[in-house]
Design a protein around this ligand. Structure first.
Ligand code: SF4
Length: 76
């Protein structure tokens, strides 16, 4: 389970976040490109925009459930 005390600094504030367990696999940035982006360092993804509307919420939830590092939280 993602840990909201370990958020990566690039996240915008709000419920969804990426934590420091991210391995930069790129799955979330493929699944929900409106909401997730890779950091300039390439070391991790982050939430660039909180989901708006049902489509983005579904994509973000799918990314959260599929993240192999369990690094996406929705309780931030
Ligand atoms: S799916 Fe998880 S491990 Fe992969 S880039 Fe996104 S947050 Fe990081």
């Amino acid at each position: 389970m993602a840990d909201k005390t370990k958020k990566v600094p690039e996240n915008v504030s709000g419920p969804y976040y990426v934590d420091t367990e991210c391995t930069a696999c790129g799955l979330c940035t493929d699944d929900a490109p409106e909401n997730f982006e890779m950091a300039e360092s390439g070391d991790n993804a982050y939430v660039k925009k909180q989901p708006a509307g049902d489509d983005e919420k579904t994509s973000c939830e799918s990314a959260r459930e599929s993240c192999p590092a369990d690094a996406i939280g929705s309780d931030g």
